[in-house]
Design a protein around this ligand. Structure first.
Ligand code: DMJ
Length: 640
């Protein structure tokens, strides 16, 4: 397969960037060369000559007719000359120099396309009936959450997950009641006081006891879901002078104490390891830890603990959590990479990466997500320099664009492929649904949580930021089309993309009216849907940043498909075995992240932008919002 990838600066039209930092000379020549004249004139040599003549003529006009009195530097120069002739030469020279001087920064403008898309689907922003429509849709999401919770409460309270068809609970995550903790802050944000009381009192009465007695848990899953959920509940119930949107449930100190107890046990994954890289599994009851049977940890797992551990250090005043977590990232900084891209396994015994498999899907994904998010969390703390995280992120995103991004055939969807045999091998046109976190992360990395409009008004975006934002929008479209190309309107777990080197017939998603039916290939083994959040997460972030209503409409289509095909009458929602056939066979499992992430992001997408603003909160990878910047008590020095 060819390694020349089509996604580069030449593919994107940077409507705003082109107005910035250009000299007058460049503006004249670029305007001429990008207009119709370019096609007509440059195609023949006489035309080229005439074009050059025109530029020359314009330049002469500027030199002879420019206003002499309006420039400070011009006035000063006049005083220096001793005779008229010298003065003229100086004037001409200065005017000539001015042509090549940097133009003052012009205010960035949204392109006509962007202006239209703000109102094109739903009418103008802030029109009362439009707002009413989104309020009603938001209420639908809230009702869905209540329905999901009611099934869980009825049949599986205290278990990790609900099996909504067979009316059972199942402990797939170590038995800490993961759904209760994952769902709690969503209920707080939705203002569902009754659910907050029920979940809060279960946590208060049972969770500590479970933590003290349960056996093996996965370090990463427990950190992102349980620890992350507790920390977010702490803040949202008023801890750390938090926003106290939850009036019901336990006091914040209850959540903090449980979080500390849990984290103290999880720390054994770090202290048992001979390197900075923690083991993957912890035995809670005796605070011991061990590596996975193959001796390896996933790269994403060891690098997706730091937001939680840093915040716990900040609110507990004990630096040990943040210190351990940051040692991992400091260590990862020193390892060799491929244009910032990393293999998906790491060996905690040697501290080295293992194998060559590079991907942004499972086992790789949140490594990239946490580089930028941990930087956002720590960038204003006085205690250390965290620029290396931003540098690692930037390098990695360049690597993504250079090594992994391609366009599909025939309709040119931009997708992120994989390098299963490393940088010298072929690019597999396979994209996990998990990769759909990337559009949101790219957008966040570009504007740092500000709206694009504000970031541009304040001149904060670099050319690279705009390129990343454009890639984010292209990828979000691809992720959305992974849903709309199937018969159910729900995405498969994995999609392949028809490329110039790869095609398989008879493996389409089933929606024959989709423009992308030939671009997206879905293998039989990959046709399940686990109610995953990544696409709606990215739609939410992109909506907040671009204010483009289309992201809300896409989110609504996805929500309607969940309602239609995954809702279980007696309570709860289910994963599916095959999204390409109707009716889709059901899998009898409601993952905790459906309540923790998917419904939370949909609710926020349809709601008011001021709720959990992206420049004041950072969402952990399980959608638990943590406040930024960190307050006093923060001490993240890895060397301590
Ligand atoms: C979640 O647990 C987290 O978002 C994680 O980073 C990836 N997988 C699931 C959701 O799909």
């Amino acid at each position: 397969m060819s390694k020349s990838l089509p996604y580069s600066m030449k593919d994107v039209h940077y409507d705003n960037a082109k107005f910035r930092h250009r000299s007058f000379f460049k503006m004249v020549t670029q305007t001429l060369l990008t207009s119709n004249m370019r096609r007509e004139c440059v195609s023949c040599s006489t035309g080229k000559f005439l074009g050059l003549l025109l530029i020359f003529g314009l330049t002469c006009l500027m030199l002879t007719h420019a206003n002499k009195t309006h420039s400070v530097s011009h006035g000063l120069a006049k005083g220096i000359g001793t005779n008229e002739e010298h003065k003229e030469v100086t004037d001409v020279g200065i005017r000539f120099k001015k042509l090549f001087r940097r133009a003052p920064r012009l205010p960035p403008r949204l392109s006509p396309d962007e202006k239209v898309s703000h109102g094109n689907i739903t009418g103008k922003l802030n029109e009362p009936d439009v707002e009413e429509k989104w309020k009603a849709r938001q209420q639908n999401v809230k009702d869905a959450f209540t329905h999901a919770w009611s099934g869980y409460k009825k049949f599986a309270m205290g278990f990790d997950e609900l099996m909504p068809e067979s009316h059972h609970g199942v402990d797939g995550l170590g038995g800490l009641g993961a759904t209760v903790v994952d769902a709690l802050d969503t209920a707080m944000i939705m203002g569902l006081d009754e659910v907050v009381s029920e979940a809060g009192s279960w946590i208060e009465s049972h969770l500590l006891e479970r933590i003290n007695h349960k056996g093996q848990v996965n370090l990463f899953e427990t950190t992102i879901r349980v620890l992350g959920g507790l920390l977010s509940a702490f803040h949202l119930s008023g801890g750390d002078q938090g926003i106290a949107i939850a009036q019901k449930g336990p006091k914040p100190a209850i959540y903090l104490n449980i979080a500390k107890n849990l984290a103290d046990r999880l720390l054994s994954a770090f202290t048992s390891s001979p390197t900075a890289i923690p083991f993957s599994d912890v035995v809670l009851r005796d605070s011991s830890a061990h590596s996975a049977p193959d001796g390896l940890s996933s790269t994403s797992e060891v690098s997706t603990l730091q937001l939680e551990f840093n915040y716990l250090s900040a609110i507990s005043g004990d630096p040990k959590y943040g210190t351990k977590g940051m040692k991992v990232l400091e260590h990862l900084k020193t390892l060799p990479k491929v244009e910032g891209l990393v293999p998906i396994y790491i060996n905690p015994h040697s501290g080295e990466f293992s194998g060559n498999n590079i991907r942004l899907g499972s086992r790789g994904d949140s490594y990239y997500e946490y580089l930028i998010k941990v930087w956002l969390q720590l960038r204003t703390t006085q205690d250390g320099n965290f620029t290396y995280l931003y540098d690692m992120y930037e390098e990695a995103m360049r690597g993504v664009k250079h090594m992994l991004v391609q366009k599909s055939v025939p309709s040119e969807l931009v997708f992120v492929g994989e390098l299963p045999t490393g940088p010298k091998g072929y690019l597999s046109p396979k994209m996990d649904h998990l990769v759909c976190f990337l559009p949101g992360t790219l957008a966040l990395g570009a504007t740092k949580g500000l709206t694009k409009e504000k970031a541009m008004r304040d001149n904060l975006l670099t050319f690279e930021d705009l390129e990343n934002l454009k890639l984010a929008e292209d990828l979000a479209k691809t992720c959305f089309e992974m849903y709309s190309v199937t018969s159910t309107g729900l995405a498969p777990e994995i999609a392949y993309f028809h490329s110039k080197d790869y095609f398989e017939d008879g493996l389409d998603g089933g929606n024959k009216s989709s423009k992308y039916i030939k671009d997206i290939i879905i293998k039989h083994a990959d046709r399940h849907n686990l109610l995953r959040p990544e696409t709606v997460e990215s739609l939410f972030v992109l909506y907040r940043i671009t204010q483009d209503q289309k992201y809300r409409e896409w989110g609504w289509q996805i929500f309607e498909a969940f309602e239609k095909y995954t809702k279980i009458e007696s309570g709860g929602y289910t994963s599916l075995d095959d999204v390409t056939i109707i009716p889709p066979p059901k899998r009898d499992k409601m993952e905790t992240f459906f309540l923790g992430e998917t419904l939370k992001y949909l609710y926020l997408l349809f709601g008011d932008n001021s709720v959990i603003p992206l420049d004041k909160f950072v969402f952990n990878t399980e959608a638990h919002p943590l406040p930024i910047p960190l307050g006093k008590g923060t001490n993240m020095k890895a060397s301590m």
